[in-house]
Ligand binder design. Sequence first.
Ligand SMILES: NC(=O)c1ccc[n+]([C@@H]2O[C@H](COP(=O)([O-])OP(=O)(O)OC[C@H]3O[C@@H](n4cnc5c(N)ncnc54)[C@H](O)[C@@H]3O)[C@@H](O)[C@H]2O)c1
Ligand SMILES: C[C@@H](O)[C@H](N)C(=O)O
Length: 375
Amino acid sequence: MPVVRVLSKVAKQVLLAPACGCQPLAVAVRNISFSPRQVTSGTDASFHSVSFSETDHPKVLITGGLGQLGVGLAKLLRKRFGKNNVILSDIRKPPSDVFHSGPFIYSDILDYKNLREIVVNNRITWLVHYSALLSAVGEANVPLARAVNITGLHNILDIAAEHGLRLFVPSTIGAFGPTSPRNPTPDLCVQRPRTIYGVSKVHAELMGEYYHHRYGLDFRCLRYPGIISADSQPGGGTTDYAVQIFHDAVKSGKFECNLKPNTQLPMMYIDDCLRATLEVMEAPTETLSMRTYNINAMSFTPEELAAEVQKQLPDLQVTYNIDHMRQAIADSWPMNFDDTNARNDWGWKHDYDLPELVQTMFNFIGSDSRIAQAS
Ligand SMILES: NC(=O)c1ccc[n+]([C@@H]2O[C@H](COP(=O)([O-])OP(=O)(O)OC[C@H]3O[C@@H](n4cnc5c(N)ncnc54)[C@H](O)[C@@H]3O)[C@@H](O)[C@H]2O)c1
Ligand SMILES: C[C@@H](O)[C@H](N)C(=O)O
């Protein structure tokens, strides 16, 4: 039978089959050995599925690893899987402590061949795709955000599918928009975001789920709230104020907030976020009734956060100087996140509410500033 007819027969079987029916396509097409980049219209790609023995001891690549979240995730995964089994990558030069703490490699996600070489040479089995331009910097440079967040994602999806990787791509509260229900926001509802960041993240969710159903890609996605961390800086988002307040409070006793005092957004301490990421990556496939989950911890407004911070630093002065672009974004995002499905399916549970978050941030930042003063 001619190759094209074999492929279209297999494609029909897959379209008619449920999600788990992707295996025949993977097996049939793998024998003809196409790669995703060789796909022409009317044909299909060669996608492998990951074997369980590989996922027992994953070899992990983290893209965009020098941002707010990547270094912390590498630390957590290295503790679990061994230092040399987790490779951090980015297009920026790593600080010396990061460079000396485990494998680091240059990788531009817009360079497909370079990505493929890294995956092949290092026998990567898990890919955590953190590279992105966040909401505020994305609006400031839409062409770059479109390239990194959409074209880059296409490279990642193809590499992951071609090499049978388990792929994690974070999404965000920013994947919702003004027409979504905001209080609370469920997993499945209208998603019409008004930022290039949000549009690119909805695209990532849909493409990942499509590759899962169509080709059997082991795609896993969590919609993170705004993440708060003490030892890494946010990369230009709408929720950045909730990190900055701690540093300014300790340094100067003054904080100028760029969102209105009553702007309520879902937030999470970084340790909860990174643990959730590891937990969903390790969750047995059969526990995942979906491939994209909301995860939640707390929701607060700037004035509620300021009041909690003032319990530790009563002299803190907070003023408001609204950034209208960020305010418009925040006003279109969820106020409360419904993460019932994550809790029911794979046992998600957050550890940090607002009081623990504030105490932990001060423990970190306080000890850092004491170290800085001593040296
Ligand atoms: N931090 C949050 O509050 C938050 C919330 C929701 C979702 N997320 C998602 O989590 C992921 C990580 O977030 P983050 O806060 O660490 O982001 P960040 O902005 O701090 O870091 C992103 C990294 O991507 C890198 N990058 C940019 N262009 C690249 C390219 N062409 N190739 C490779 N790397 C490139 C940057 O150098 C940077 O180090 C992102 O996908 C983000 O959308 C973050
Ligand atoms: C919420 C999240 O995606 C990011 N911190 C931003 O504000 O853009």
